[in-house]
Design a protein around this ligand. Sequence first.
Ligand SMILES: [Mn+2]
Length: 357
Amino acid sequence: MTNQASIAALLALIHQRHSFVISSHTRPDGDAIGSSLGLMHLLQAMGKDAVVAFTDLIPDIYRSLPGVDSIVTNLPSIPLDAAIFLECDSLERSSFNAQEFEAVRPALTVNIDHHASGRAFANFNWIDSHAPAVGAMVYDLAIASGVRISRAMATCLYTALLTDTGSFSYAGVTASTFGMAQHLVECGADPYAIAQSVLFSNSPAKIRLLGTALSKIHILSLGRCAVPCQDSHSHDSNIAWCAITVDDLDRAEATIEDCEGLVSYLIGMAGVEAAIFMREFSGHDGYRLSIRSKGRLDIASVAEHFGGGGHRNASGCNVYGPLRDVTDRVIEQLRIASARLTSAPVEHPPIPATLLA
Ligand SMILES: [Mn+2]
C-alpha cells in the first residue's frame, strides 16, 4: 500500500470509531512521546476520545510538552475502540503490560512505524521506513484529515521531528523534512523554546556520566576503508565503543535515561564508522547497546542479529553475558556488516538533469 492509500484507509478506520488509546515503546524518546501526544491532539481535534498511556516515566526534557500531564500509566478501564502503537514492532516491545492489554484488547489494533525492522503485527499496519520520524507520519495524517494544526499539536510533532533527525542532521532528512518543520513553526511550534527544553536542559548527573563515558572510550581499527569515497578525508575505518556499569551510574548519581544520546559523542569522531554505547543491566547479566554508523554501513542488521532493531544508521539491542563476550560478539557482527558493504557495488547519486542539459 502506498503512503497515500495507508493514510486514507487509516482515516476511514478512525472516522468509524470513537475511543482510542495510544502508546509507543518502553523508555520513550522524543519521537515516541512527541508523536503519541501529537496524535492525541489530532484525534481530539477530530472529536474523538484519545488517551496516551506510558508505563515508563517521561524524561524531564519532555515534561513541558502540551498534554504531557494527561498521560496515564495504566490502560484506561473503559471499553476502547482501538489501540494505536507508534514505532513498536510488537506488543511485547510496547509500553503496555501484555496481560493487562489482552484483558481489554480493543477490536482494532493499529501500528504506525518508520523502522526498517518494523513488523506488521497489528490489524492495520502503516510502515514507512523513509519517514524521518513517526511524528512526520502523524503530520501527514493530520494534513490529510483537514484538521487545523494547533500550537499544541505542532509543538509535539516538531519535537518528534527535531529529536529523531538528530536536529535535522541524519540521513533521511530531505527538503520535505524542512517543509514540514517550517509549517509546524507557522502553526505555533517555537523552535527556540523546544531546543532549550530538549537540547539544553540536561541534568548535571547526565554530564557527569558523559565524563565517565568519554574516559572509557576504546577505538579499534577495521583497517583502510575499501569503499572509494568522493570526499578527501582519511579512509580509516574505526569502531568506537564504551561501556557504562551499574557502579558508574551510581557514582554519577545518574539514571538509565541519562544514557540517552551519549553514543552520539562516539560516532562524532573523525574516522569512526560505527559506535557502540553499552549500559550494564541492573542485574549485571548483560548490556543494553545503542549502535550508530555513518554512511551505508547497516547496523540495523547487527541489532537484529541480537533480537533488536532500528534503522540503517541507528539501532539498539540487548546482549547478555560478560562485557568481553558481548564486545567480541558485537564487533564480529560489525565486521560482517562492514565486509558486506565493501563487497557491494558503490551507489552513485543520480546526476541532476540540469547538469546534463
Ligand atoms: Mn522514531
